[in-house]
Design a protein around this ligand. Sequence first.
Ligand SMILES: [Zn+2]
Length: 135
Amino acid sequence: MSKGHAKHQERHHGLSQFGKDLIRRCGSKCELCEAHGVKLTVYEVPPIAADPNYDQCIMICDICSSQLDNPKTIDPSYWRFLASIMWSDLAPVKIISVALLKHLEATEDWAAELREQVYIQQEEQDWLDQIDLFG
Ligand SMILES: [Zn+2]
């Protein structure tokens, strides 16, 4: 078994430990677009730590996850729901929302307007500074 493979297994195991808590938290809805009754997978909000961190993980649907995984497929109008979830009390949801708005505002005025409205605390700003979503 390669070292990389072993590492992957470890991470997988780490995620499963709090997977149940995540499932309970999300109430079987995508924590971004709030789609119901769809398959949800764990997404780790960057920067990816050596050990998976519950407070950086969100449960999201395939549509959200595929767009986050491949910026070329991002459909700006799909992400209009950021207008409500950027106010989330859940740090990883708020952070990924603002990071996405930051990416979208290059072409979308509505995204720039939303990002001006959202209040970012210093510790949230420190987290955001470490995120380069699509590098
Ligand atoms: Zn979704």
